[in-house]
Design a protein around this ligand. Structure first.
Ligand SMILES: NC(=O)C1=CN([C@@H]2O[C@H](COP(=O)(O)OP(=O)(O)OC[C@H]3O[C@@H](n4cnc5c(N)ncnc54)[C@H](O)[C@@H]3O)[C@@H](O)[C@H]2O)C=CC1
Ligand SMILES: O=C1C[C@@](O)(C(=O)O)C[C@@H](O)[C@@H]1O
Length: 302
């Protein structure tokens, strides 16, 4: 699961990139890309196309992908609710994107439109940085939506021995478990939310891939009293960075990582695909922390 950057850009190349999705007004991804480019003296603009603000449907959003290539864009990020629909608007898919059936990154490579999924690689890189050498015998993942699909593939690629997926919607959890197991040969099973106490008692770690913990979805996705200090906990929610689950897991002595790892990882990997230049993840992480601080929207003490 290594991102293969496109060729190193010709000196003087100017990059025009963007993000298409709904409700992306507060996204930190544009600022992360532009800060990395500024550090390297690369002329780079990264624009948001917020479908909600423009009154456009998801279908109209993905309809902008090919025209963006014709208009000279270097690449695009694609987000909720367009990641699956966008697959129909590219000529070619990377291996991860083909397996998962969703893309968050498009590169215009000559005349070809190529789709990638840096949520998968970004989560994997973030996890490797934030949780080195943790046990992966059994991992529980709560949430089987867009982020959950990427995280499940990433956890398998990281070596999860047995992955248990649970969701409010049992059909969604079962479909994701079947599709990841089928694509990878790994042991991936679904469980009901009522089985979480038993599954967590046998687990090394747990990942929250539900929106629970965001301001609009307060609370925790499961009872934090199910956590022991031996569990590691990752929350992919990053608005706010310090969710109720993160706080509760820390209070119980668990090793904890926030959604920053995935947010930084996907930006680093997409930047490499757009430009051929590998960003320094530590520098991007510092930018992310500064942006969170500066914009005062989130708890920066992650
Ligand atoms: N850190 C990062 O880079 C990224 C973070 N995210 C975050 O991940 C979260 C999830 O996003 P998506 O997967 O796109 O949403 P989604 O709506 O596609 O999926 C959410 C899933 O969680 C399930 N769910 C909701 N409440 C639940 C509960 N109490 N217990 C069990 N399952 C529950 C839903 O049934 C649904 O299947 C959001 O907060 C989003 O901001 C998403 C992408 C990247
Ligand atoms: O889903 C996400 C989050 C994101 O949309 C953001 O706003 O940071 C950027 C996307 O590349 C990523 O896939």
């Amino acid at each position: 699961m290594t991102i293969q950057p496109s060729p190193v850009p010709v000196a003087g190349t100017r990059f025009v990139c963007g993000l298409i999705g709904s409700g992306i007004g507060e996204s930190l991804t544009p600022a992360m890309h532009e800060a990395e480019a500024d550090r390297r003296g690369m002329p780079y603009v990264y624009r948001r196309t917020d479908l909600t603000a423009l009154g456009l449907s998801p279908e109209e959003g993905v309809g902008l992908i090919r025209p963006a290539g014709l208009l000279g864009f270097s690449g695009l990020n694609i987000t909720h609710p367009c990641k699956r629909l966008a697959v129909e608007h590219v000529d070619e898919l990377s291996a991860e994107a083909a397996t998962i059936g969703a893309i968050n990154t498009v590169v215009f490579d000559g005349g070809r439109v190529v789709g990638h999924n840096t949520d998968v690689t970004g989560f994997a890189h973030g996890f490797a940085r934030d949780m080195p050498e943790v046990a992966l015998g059994q991992v529980v993942q709560v949430g089987a939506g867009g982020a959950g699909a990427a995280v499940a593939h990433a956890l398998v690629s990281l070596g999860a021995g047995r992955l248990v997926v649970a969701d409010l919607d049992p059909g969604r959890a079962a479909a994701l478990a079947t599709s990841v197991a089928g694509a990878t040969g790994a042991e991936v099973v679904s469980a009901g939310l009522g089985d979480l106490p038993a599954q967590l008692s046998r687990a090394d770690g747990v990942v929250n891939c539900t929106p629970v913990g965001m301001a609009q979805h307060p609370g925790t996705p499961f009872d934090p009293d199910l956590l022991d200090p031996r569990h590691w906990v990752v929350d992919v929610v990053y608005r706010p960075l310090v969710t109720e689950l993160v706080r509760a897991a820390r209070a119980r002595g668990c090793r904890v990582a926030t959604g920053a790892g995935m947010a930084i990882g996907q930006a680093v990997d997409s930047f490499a695909l757009f430009t051929g230049v590998r960003a320094d993840p530590d520098a991007v992480a510092a930018d992310f922390a500064r942006l969170v601080d500066t914009e005062g929207r989130q708890d920066a003490h992650a």
